[in-house]
Design a protein around this ligand. Structure first.
Ligand code: URP
Ligand code: ZN
Ligand code: ZN
Length: 474
């Protein structure tokens, strides 16, 4: 009998802490050996001149999420997980959205039905709480957290999603009691409505006014408020998709006071700016996401936030809509004003190459930081470590093999997503993931899809150490 199902030989392995030459021996979906010169694999991949990294974990993606009347997300679970696999990811974390008045448990059932048998890579669901009903807070959430759904997202903006301050406090308090981690979308809804009304009255309706309607103070204020509310009930929070230095300052100030405030940034805040929304006609709609991309100074602040590890995670916030489609970015209402342009951009396939190229190759972050920001920290923050997010004996064999010197020009035609465009069209990168292995099975092999839709599984999560309260008020 062979000792290994698969050996990845002759590569350079990198984890969040170390870089070393080793062969990786895999059996029954797990890593069982790390050593020089492993023999006895039923199958062997020669990774000479390649990097062998933990598969990317993208802890912030939206798949098949209802997005308003007549609007359809560009990806279902099949296309999103295919695109994720080609982008070097082995696990994605989409959201189960509770609709107002409805059961959260039912939302979870519905998303499982959508995902079942449709995933090339593993998935693990977060919950979105849009209506913190007594039944949701008192019964559904405690039971769901015990069942392995150990994180939820709340919104401070968007019609039908924004929670009031008292609702936020109620969710935060339930998170503390259940040991769940809350992700916060921090933008002030009333301020956005006020600015949007004013812009529309002045006839300023083109897509680029989306950015004008949500300037930095809108995000900074909500970041500060979310932190303050979390402090009142002593609960750790994760501020997602942070776009600028002023929000980062609020997070740093909170940490200096001993609060457990974690944070995430995304590719759009490193390489896009508000100027990208200024395309001719409706082209700017391709870049409409919230918070919006800012300016060069904000990009630099986000890079510094990565370098100084103020951010724990780097996610895509993949939220794809087709551009040239009345059910996508160009709905009839969206053509009349930016207010109705669906928010969100595709990015699950391009997240890793952009950070590798702009970060590691250009010397802004180390290779080990890259692994931490794109895999290990996601696993730690969301209760998946050490099963996921690292290359270690006993961990799942979730691995991406990278050609670190391969040059590529990002173009929608080469991607494997459902959207008909990429906001990164023409962006040049060095370094690309060529082979993706999920629990020991090759899903993408040198750029060819060889995986099965039956292989991706839903992974239940433990409560995260990051969700343990700081007890600063004791
Ligand atoms: O514009 C964005 N970010 N859309 C996705 C939903 C969200 O707020 O994360
Ligand atoms: Zn959000
Ligand atoms: Zn999002």
């Amino acid at each position: 009998m062979s000792e290994f199902d698969l050996v990845i030989a002759n590569g350079t392995v990198a984890t969040a802490s170390d870089t070393f030459k080793a062969d990786v021996g895999i059996r029954d979906g797990r890593i069982v050996a790390l050593a020089d010169d492993l023999q006895g694999g039923i199958q062997t991949i020669d990774a000479t001149d390649h990097l062998v990294l933990p598969g990317g974990i993208d802890s912030h993606v939206h798949i098949s999420q209802p997005s308003g009347p007549g609007i359809v997300m560009a990806d279902d679970f099949e296309s999103a997980t295919r695109s994720a696999a080609f982008g070097g990811n082995t696990l994605v974390m989409p959201f189960c959205l509770q609709t107002k008045g409805a059961s959260l448990r039912q939302a979870v059932r519905d998303y499982h039905a959508l995902a079942h048998g449709k995933c090339y890579v593993d998935v693990s669901f977060h919950l979105i709480i849009s209506d913190p009903l007594p039944t949701v807070l008192g019964q559904e959430l405690p039971a769901l957290v015990s069942d392995g759904y150990t994180s939820f997202k709340v919104f401070m903006t968007y019609q039908d999603l924004a929670l009031t301050d008292i609702e936020l406090l109620e969710v935060f308090s339930t998170a503390r009691e259940t040991g769940a981690l809350v992700m916060v979308h921090a933008e002030n809804y009333d301020a956005i409505r006020f600015l949007t009304d004013r812009l529309e009255r002045a006839g300023k309706t083109a897509p680029h006014y989306h950015a004008t309607s949500r300037p930095i103070p809108v995000e900074r204020e909500a970041t500060y408020r979310a932190i303050s509310l979390a402090e009142l009930v002593d609960v750790p929070i994760m501020i997602v998709h942070v776009s600028n230095g002023e929000a980062i300052e609020e997070i740093e100030r909170a940490r200096a006071r001993g609060l457990k405030v974690f944070s995430e940034t995304c590719p759009q805040y490193l390489v896009l700016t508000e100027k990208d929304l200024e395309g001719l006609n409706m082209e700017g709609a391709k870049y409409v996401c919230s918070p919006p991309p800012r300016d060069r100074a904000s990009q630099e602040a986000c890079w510094l936030g990565l370098r100084r590890e103020i951010f724990q995670t780097f996610s895509s916030d993949h939220c794809p809509f087709r551009y040239d489609d009345p059910a996508g970015k160009l709905t009839p209402k969206a053509r009349t004003t930016f207010r109705w342009v669906p928010n969100g951009i595709p990015g699950v396939e391009t997240r890793l190459p952009i950070l590798f190229s702009e970060g590691v190759v250009k010397g802004r972050i180390t290779l080990n930081q890259f692994v931490a920001f794109t895999a290990t920290n996601h696993a730690k923050v969301y209760g998946l470590h050490p099963r996921k997010g690292t290359i270690a004996v006993g961990s799942d064999a979730d691995i991406a093999i990278w050609a670190p010197n391969r040059r590529a020009k990002i173009t929608a035609a080469d991607l494997h997503q459902g959207a008909d465009y990429t906001p990164y069209e023409g962006f040049e990168v060095t370094g690309w993931p060529v082979t993706t292995v999920v629990r020991g099975k090759i899903v993408v092999d040198c750029g060819e899809l060889v995986g099965s839709l039956q292989h991706g599984a839903h992974i239940k999560r433990a409560r995260s150490d990051y969700a343990v309260p700081a007890d600063v008020r004791l």
